[in-house]
Write a protein that binds this ligand. Sequence first.
Ligand code: SF4
Ligand code: SF4
Length: 231
Amino acid sequence: MNAKRKPPRDRTGRSASRPSPTPTRTERTKAAPVSREPRFPGQPATEGFRYSCTACGLCCRWGGQVYLYPADVLRLAEQLALPLQKFVDRYCNHVLIGFPDKEGASILPFLVLKNVPDKDPKGCGQACPFQGADNRCTVHAFKPGQCADSPIIPEFMEDPESFASFARECPGMGQGEFHSPTKVRRLLKELAGRDALYEAQLERCDYDLGRLLGVKLPPPKIEEGLAVEVD
Ligand code: SF4
Ligand code: SF4
């Protein structure tokens, strides 16, 4: 599945936001039938929740962004048997995004998957390049960490409203496996460690992501829908 992320909170006075991989409420309403029955009681996700993905593929064609960490890029390229440069050229955009950290927020370069036109005329217009004709993920066994971790991602855990919004539209929410508060906290800690490692790796390369990955990248750009502001 494609994780839903909302812009990080401003914790320092600087403001930064990353492109929300989740389309606006209006866009999502167009893309997804909204259930009239609540699937999620609305408590903070950190209190635990039931969730088992039904592989409906809905969240892979919400026109959102899938962020790739270096390990994701290397794994996908290897599994797809593509030279790293070819994989990056074919499937990735180089963007700048606001990223929450201990001090509040940093602006970091990221690779994100290039969306493709959504084949579903009722969709929001964009889909993940790895979504198959049957809506299933064609790279499921080695998909990006963001997809594997979702819906346990920091932005959801920090924002019950955002999480509840996702839960209303995801048919996998409120059923199946119980994700306990302990499990949620453990995964969040791991994700924080991954973010810190990424920032440290970038810092060692003067924030040159191409240098970090050993590929040539165009200058990072701010994509439509991405706002980056630093006071
Ligand atoms: S990589 Fe797979 S799970 Fe992730 S958004 Fe694309 S199709 Fe969905
Ligand atoms: S069940 Fe939910 S998480 Fe799984 S593919 Fe559908 S919308 Fe995405």
